[in-house]
Design a protein around this ligand. Structure first.
Ligand code: AVI
Length: 314
């Protein structure tokens, strides 16, 4: 049986029910997510882009303070739009380095290898298609230099704080002294601003969330009535946990897969689909320390809604 099916069966057999947010990203989900990133209510992408555009030189000075010679490795590179500002600056200033974008999508890597050197002449790109950690090891084998590892977009937020701590600890264990981590994280702010970003007026996040049901219908031969579920978002300003759910609007049963496995949903029952954790600068400092990093620098957008932290491995 495929992994998607077994993860779905596990999640929907649990109490309370859940689905893994990594399954948002099929072709349709990718398209919706691109629209979310451009939507007025979803501020995260614009905030981080402004840091990369307006403070390029300062970001690079912070890397240079750690090491004179380094390669850039990016975990989950996507379209590399933000990173391209750094890469262009480095190339234009005569820095010798290779950019190693890592992504689970083969298409993403092929596109980056084809388009980036056209946009940024002389840029050396070696794409790595696969999971973060094995590909990070591969980058270490290929690169003879120190590494600046980028983990942008508040992807760290899609882990619970404990998972994030474990992830950062594992990452730290894979780096060499002198390597650097540049990580983007969304900050705690007025709860309404956060809720709006995940409950946007255009209904994009709603469609993103409901797309999980459509994906199960098309890939797992499920028979979800998508109109019988509702997107529901919460944000707890105390813990910083912003959570997405799908709420069943009726007592209903759904059949999944060729084995016709049946799941029951009662009216108002929830399926948890995603956490988008928000941090305070202090909590990020504590995360750095608990994972064995030293905080070297921290950058903010003009409203201090988003931050990019630079941590060093000692
Ligand atoms: C990819 N990740 C950082 C996004 C976030 O903000 O948690 C995914 C997302 N979910 C709903 N909107 C965007």
């Amino acid at each position: 049986m495929n992994q998607f099916y077994s993860d779905v069966v596990k999640g929907l057999s649990s109490n309370p029910k859940y689905l893994l947010s990594k399954y948002f990203y099929d072709d349709a989900g990718d398209v919706i997510f691109e629209k979310i990133m451009r939507s007025p209510d979803y501020y995260l992408t614009r905030c981080e882009l402004s840091i990369f555009k307006d403070q390029t030189q300062q970001l690079i000075e912070a890397f240079d303070a750690g090491s004179a010679q380094y390669d850039i490795v990016e975990l989950g590179a996507g379209d590399a739009l933000k990173t391209s500002h750094l890469l262009r600056y480095l190339v234009q200033n005569g820095k010798e380095f290779t950019y190693y974008p890592i992504d689970i999508s083969k298409q993403v890597i092929q596109k980056l290898e084809m388009h980036l050197p056209r946009q940024i002449p002389w840029l050396q790109v070696t794409g790595l298609n696969g999971e973060y950690f094995p590909m990070l090891e591969e980058a270490g084998r290929l690169s003879g230099r120190k590494k600046v590892v980028l983990f942008l977009g508040s992807n760290i937020g899609n882990m619970y704080p404990r998972e994030a701590q474990e992830f950062c600890r594992q990452l730290n264990g894979m780096l060499m002294p002198g390597d650097i981590l540049l990580m983007g994280a969304d900050l705690k702010k007025h709860p309404e601003t956060i809720l709006k970003a995940y409950n946007d007026e255009e209904g994009l996040t709603r469609e993103f969330n409901l797309n999980l049901l459509r994906r199960m219908n098309s890939e797992l031969d499920a028979d979800f009535d998508v109109s019988a579920f509702q997107h529901f978002q919460t944000y707890d300003p105390g813990t910083g946990s912003c959570k997405s759910y799908l709420i069943s609007l009726a007592d209903q049963e759904v059949t999944i897969g060729s084995e016709k496995k049946v799941f029951y949903f009662s009216e108002n029952e929830s399926i948890f689909t995603e956490v988008s954790q928000k941090y305070s600068p202090g909590e990020l400092g504590a995360l750095a320390e608990s994972a064995g990093f030293t905080s070297l620098a921290q950058f903010f957008d003009s409203r201090s809604w988003f931050t990019d932290v630079i941590w060093g491995k000692v």
